[in-house]
Design a protein. Structure first.
Length: 197
């Protein structure tokens, strides 16, 4: 498959590029900074369209601490991918948008830290844009912890909500889950948790 990875220079993106390449896929890694990757702007529909044309799927792993980044990116991806005729989008989310076992979004639970709220709400806005799009999208959200750099375990599971004990998880297993969803889509137009098996 031919896969575009936006955010290829980030902690998740680098591992996704490596995982996809190890499985024999042709990967175009994209970053907004000049360096080892193709330079592109995931918030610009024309840039997105030019980069994803001729590819089979798109991975969104880019992340910036700037207001409006996530909904702007989602709008650009929806427009650019539509122009290019590419429909499958696998995005990396964050665990604070997931629901607890009781069905309450984590960011709405008592005691949720205010310093994490703005970043989380950016991801929530991104989901709103994706729901209005025609893309075949999925957002995979790891547990709301600092991900580790351990080697891949080869075991992860997908679920709708956080589960008790979802505490340790690594970038390598996240990358494997992302590439699995690119290769064999099982989740469509939804936010799902990806956790240790």
């Amino acid at each position: 498959m031919r896969i575009v990875v936006f955010g290829a220079g980030g902690r998740a993106g680098r591992r996704i590029v490596t995982e996809a390449g190890a499985r024999g896929h042709e990967v175009t890694g994209v970053s907004h900074r000049p360096g080892d990757w193709t330079v592109g702007d995931v918030t610009d529909p024309e840039s997105v369209a030019s980069l994803v044309t001729g590819h089979d799927a798109v991975v969104m792993a880019a992340s910036r601490y700037e207001p409006g980044f996530f909904p702007r990116s989602a709008l650009a991806l929806a427009a650019g991918m539509a122009e290019a005729g590419v429909t499958r989008l696998v995005a990396v989310g964050i665990g604070t948008t997931l629901e607890t076992p009781e069905g309450v979004p984590l960011y709405e639970t008592p005691g949720f830290p205010e310093d994490a709220r703005a970043f989380t709400l950016g991801h929530v806005e991104e989901l709103g844009v994706l729901r209005e799009s025609a893309l075949d999208w999925v957002v995979l959200a790891p547990p709301p912890v600092f991900l580790n750099d351990d080697p891949a375990t080869g075991r992860h599971r997908i679920g709708a909500r956080l589960a008790p004990g979802d505490e340790a998880f690594g970038y390598a297993d996240l990358a494997a889950a992302v590439v699995d969803e690119v290769e064999r889509p099982t989740c469509h137009r939804e936010l799902v948790a990806v956790t240790a098996a």
